[in-house]
Design a protein around this ligand. Structure first.
Ligand code: FRU
Length: 488
């Protein structure tokens, strides 16, 4: 199946066709960036769930390699991770070289409740996979338990796995010397949103400041309960002592990685070279409320642009900051620089060459009062709006008249506090056909959103509904699409 759909993003990962959901098995290995993903190889609805595989050099341009870990007549291959078993702790290596090891959830097609953890390994850098004869390596405890994410814990010299105990709203920690035999270590679930099943956890260590201090961030997707509706990804900041995770900020309230409606099942890349000092993360760009009915043709589902995460601290405590991967800068076409400007009433930027369906727009807000509306993918009737209300101290995304509206839960207006920063407020928008990502103030607030604009809606419009609004340094770049889906 190959699609030719005007909504298919140019820079965001999509499969050549078919249904996709979560990113899986994200790892950098021998300089190659690998991205595996949940796919239905036979259709555009969820089902026959298998792992697809793509690889690339820069987190943006991907070569697709088709199905890597198929489902079987008995069970689906649900989400999971890949680690490099470089010291061959599993004994599954070939010729002294450790294998890549995938841990993933097997879920029986007939009830999906019998969820157990499987292992597959690859001795050719991820091209081909062998399922371990002793599967499952962690049998089903008869409750929903899934989405293993594994890392090597140096201090205790063992592998550690996080697994969601989905309907108990817990993350279980498990330990292993060899990736094959696993034993429980502890459970975390005292805090957070418990309105829906917990899915896809990930424990990541972040440097904090320059003094060598680190903190662990536990990411957990939750199927219901995002303030703007449906599914989202929450995070907890704390410490992991090799056995147990405890939060540094008990009772801090729920923290969402992304305030937009379409960021789910997030996973970080393993083995990003340490000299890059960055955590890189991807996520399924959809919401459980309407993912099965998005109106695309021949394909369904994409991932967010991989993003770099930092952990900072301000007066309110620890906070993530996020930016699209720096490699995106290489996709920029010729810059249009409008510099400082005053917006009075409504202004369409077509005459300045600022229009399109795949672009980046960056600006700094100068006015400390009033409001500014940035409308993209606009025509006379439809547009997606980002509204900065400096008086109310909020930033909002309004896609109620963005275009195709196929489900009442899709038409949303979502809002978040505008961060107070001494250095003006930087707004960065990435538009890619049916996707919009908004990064506010160096990524202190992020909105990721799907939109399905009508054909030809490609204008950018600025509106100051009240008094004139001052902008500092407006820049625009078309983003140059690339040949994706270069099957090998
Ligand atoms: C999250 C999820 C995972 C599961 C996979 C199945 O979107 O439900 O918990 O492993 O998708 O496709």
């Amino acid at each position: 199946m190959n699609s030719d759909d005007r909504w298919q993003p140019q820079l965001h990962f999509t499969a050549p066709g078919h249904w996709i959901n979560d990113p899986n098995g994200l790892i950098v290995h021998d300089g190659v960036v690998h991205l595996f993903y949940q796919i239905n190889p036979h259709g555009t609805d969820w089902g026959n769930i298998s792992w697809g595989h793509a690889s690339g050099d820069d987190y943006i341009r991907w070569r697709d390699h088709g199905v890597a870990i198929p489902d079987t007549p008995e069970e689906a291959s649900f989400s999971g991770c890949i680690v490099n078993d470089r010291h061959n702790t599993s004994g599954l290596g070939d010729g002294g070289r450790g294998p890549l090891v995938a841990l993933y959830t097997g879920a029986r097609h007939d009830n999906y409740v019998d969820q157990h953890q499987n292992l597959a390994y690859s001795s050719d850098g991820g091209a081909t996979w062998t399922k371990h004869p002793a599967n499952p390596v962690l049998p089903s405890p008869r409750f929903d338990i899934r989405d293993p994410k594994v890392f090597w814990h140096e201090e205790t010299c063992r592998w550690v796995m996080t697994l969601v105990h989905a309907d108990r709203h817990e993350v279980g920690f498990y330990g292993s010397a060899n990736l094959i035999e696993w034993h429980p270590l502890s459970v975390y679930g005292d805090d957070g949103c418990d309105e829906g099943e917990w899915e896809c956890s990930d424990l990541v260590e972040f440097p904090v400041g320059e003094g060598g201090e680190t903190k662990h961030v536990l990411f957990v997707s939750v199927a219901e309960g995002l303030p703007s509706g449906g599914s989202g990804v929450q995070y907890f900041v704390g410490d992991f002592d090799g056995t147990r995770f405890s939060t540094s900020e008990p009772g801090a309230g729920i923290r969402w990685v992304d305030r937009g409606p379409d960021f789910y099942a997030a996973q970080s890349w393993s083995d990003v070279p340490s000299d890059q000092r960055r955590v890189v993360m991807s996520a399924w760009m959809s919401n459980r409320d309407y993912a099965p009915v998005t109106p695309t043709v021949g394909w369904r589902g994409c991932h967010v642009l991989p993003r770099e995460l930092l952990l900072g601290r301000d007066q309110e405590g620890f906070r993530l900051r996020q930016q699209p991967v720096r490699e995106l800068d290489e996709c920029r076409g010729k810059e249009v620089h409008l510099g400082d400007m005053s917006v009075e009433g409504s202004l369409t930027l077509d005459d300045h060459g600022i229009k399109g369906t795949c672009f980046e727009l960056a600006l700094v807000l100068k006015s400390a009062a009033g409001s500014l509306r940035i409308s993209v993918l606009a025509d006379d009737a439809f547009a997606t709006h980002v509204l900065i209300d400096a008086d109310a101290g909020t930033v909002s995304l309004d896609r109620r008249s963005a275009g195709e509206s196929f489900d009442e839960r899709f038409a949303r207006w979502v809002s978040a506090p505008l961060p107070r920063s001494p250095d003006g407020r930087k707004i960065r928008l990435l538009v890619d056909r049916s996707t919009l990502e908004v990064f506010v103030d160096e990524g202190r607030v992020v909105f990721s959103s799907l939109v399905f604009p009508p054909e030809g809606a490609d204008s950018v419009r600025l509106t100051a509904p009240g008094s004139p609004f001052q902008i500092r340094d407006l820049r625009f770049w078309p983003l140059i699409s690339k040949a994706t889906h270069n099957n090998d």
